[in-house]
Design a protein. Structure first.
Length: 241
C-alpha cells in the first residue's frame, strides 16, 4: 500500500502538477489577461505590507532558486569543489535563514489580510488559502532542518536531488530513492508540488511577469527624438502650457 501511494504521489502526481502549471498558465494568459496581476492591496493600507512583502519575497526567491539549482544540478558538476556533507550544511544554514525571513514576512502578510476589515473584505478565498498553504510549506521546510542534522553525510539530500532530476528528465526509478525518507520530507515535497498545481488559478501567475521583466536587461536602448515644428522664419512658436 505504501509503495503504491508513493508511486502515485511522487511518480505520477509531479507530472500532473507540471502539466497543469504550464498549460494552465498559458491558457489563463491567453483567455484572462485582465486577471494576470498580483492584486496588491497597497492602495487600501500600507501598514506592515512593506516589511512583510520584502521579507517574504527575499526569503522565498532565495529558497526557490536554491531548491532549483541544488536539486537539479547533477552531483558530478560540483563534487570536485564541495562534498555532499558540506553542501547539505550550506543548504541547512542558508535555507534556514531564508525560511525564517520568509515565514516572518508571510506571517505579517497573513495577519494583515485577516485582521484588517478593508483588506479582508476585498480578499478572495484563494488569497487566504494560498497564504496559509505557503506558510505551512515554509514551516515544513524549516522542520526538515533538525531531521537533516541527524545525517550530516548528505545521503538523504542526494537521494532527494536524484529524485528531482529523474522526474524532470523522465527517467524511472525516482520513487524507489524515497524509501526511508521521513514523512516531513514527503509532506514538504507534496505541498511544494501542489503549489505548482494551483499556480495558474491564483495571483501567483504574476511571477511569470516578474521573470519576463528580465528581458529588459538585454533589450537595446530606445532612441527618443524630440518632435519640433518647422515654422516659417519670424513666426514665434506658441508658449508651452
Amino acid at each position: 500500500m505504501t509503495a503504491w501511494l508513493d508511486t502515485l504521489l511522487f511518480g505520477i502526481y509531479p507530472y500532473i502538477c507540471l502539466a497543469v502549471f504550464f498549460i494552465g498558465s498559458l491558457i489563463r494568459f491567453d483567455r484572462d489577461q485582465y486577471t494576470w496581476k498580483s492584486d496588491s492591496s497597497q492602495l487600501l493600507r500600507t501598514g506592515s505590507l512593506r516589511w512583510g512583502s520584502n521579507l517574504f519575497h527575499v526569503g522565498v526567491l532565495f529558497l526557490f532558486f536554491g531548491h532549483f539549482v541544488g536539486m537539479l544540478t547533477p552531483h558530478f558538476i560540483y563534487e570536485h569543489f564541495i562534498g555532499a556533507g558540506a553542501k547539505q550544511l550550506m543548504a541547512m544554514v542558508s535555507g534556514g535563514i531564508a525560511g525564517v525571513l520568509g515565514i516572518i514576512g508571510l506571517s505579517l502578510l497573513l495577519h494583515r489580510r485577516l485582521t484588517d476589515p478593508r483588506i479582508r473584505a476585498t480578499s478572495k478565498t484563494s488569497d487566504i488559502v494560498l497564504l496559509w498553504l505557503l506558510w505551512i510549506q515554509l514551516a515544513l521546510g524549516l522542520a526538515t532542518i533538525p531531521l537533516s542534522a541527524q545525517h550530516m553525510d548528505g545521503s538523504m539530500m542526494m537521494r532527494l536531488a536524484e529524485w528531482g532530476q529523474r522526474i524532470v528528465t523522465f527517467r524511472t526509478g525516482g520513487v524507489e530513492l524515497l524509501a526511508g525518507a521521513g514523512w516531513v520530507f514527503k509532506a514538504h515535497m507534496f505541498l511544494g508540488m501542489t503549489v505548482f498545481l494551483i499556480f495558474p488559478f491564483t495571483r501567483l501567475v504574476h511571477v511569470w511577469s516578474g521573470f519576463g521583466t528580465l528581458a529588459y536587461v538585454l533589450r537595446p536602448y530606445q532612441l527618443v527624438r524630440a518632435r519640433r515644428l518647422n515654422l516659417p522664419a519670424g513666426h514665434n512658436q506658441p508658449a508651452a502650457k
